[in-house]
Design a protein around this ligand. Structure first.
Ligand code: THU
Length: 136
């Protein structure tokens, strides 16, 4: 089984843990840091105060950082039950940008295994980065 297939399986599994009683839209994610074999998974965690909802991608990133600190990402895998495939929301893309490099890939899957690969930069070409912040 290749790496991406394994990440798909883990994200699909994590999706089943989604707390999504409001939208009923279950999302799973798996991320792989560069130079690591460990994958971190996440699911969406909704809240009765809707703005408190955390998406699957941000759950996975927060888990990674809390476990091993900041890493750049080789890829992010997102699994939904959507056709056409659903991509990360704008807020997740911005959070991914904090941990992306020019090679970071976004893989979208649905439960049937429909799969599309994007580079992060084609999904968010003008992401806001620390380069815009004052240097001192
Ligand atoms: N959701 C994600 O988990 N990831 C995304 O990138 C898109 C949206 C979740 C948030 C909410 O729980 C549900 O999908 C419907 O918006």
């Amino acid at each position: 089984m290749n790496d991406i297939q394994k990440a798909f399986d883990l994200a699909k599994q994590a999706r089943l843990n989604a707390h999504a009683p409001y939208s009923k839209f279950l999302v799973g994610a798996a991320i792989k840091p560069n130079n690591s074999t460990t994958l971190y998974t996440g699911c969406n965690v909704e809240n009765a105060s809707f703005g408190g909802t955390i998406c699957a991608e941000r759950t996975a990133i927060t888990k990674m950082v809390s476990e091993v600190g900041s890493q750049t990402l080789e890829y992010v895998v997102v699994v939904t039950d959507s056709d056409p495939l659903a991509g990360p929301c704008g807020m997740c893309l911005q959070v991914i940008s904090e941990f992306s490099d020019k090679n970071t890939k976004i893989h979208l899957f649905n439960l049937e295994g429909l799969h599309k690969e994007y580079s992060f930069s084609e999904m968010l070409p003008l992401s806001f980065t620390k380069d815009w912040l004052p240097k001192n």
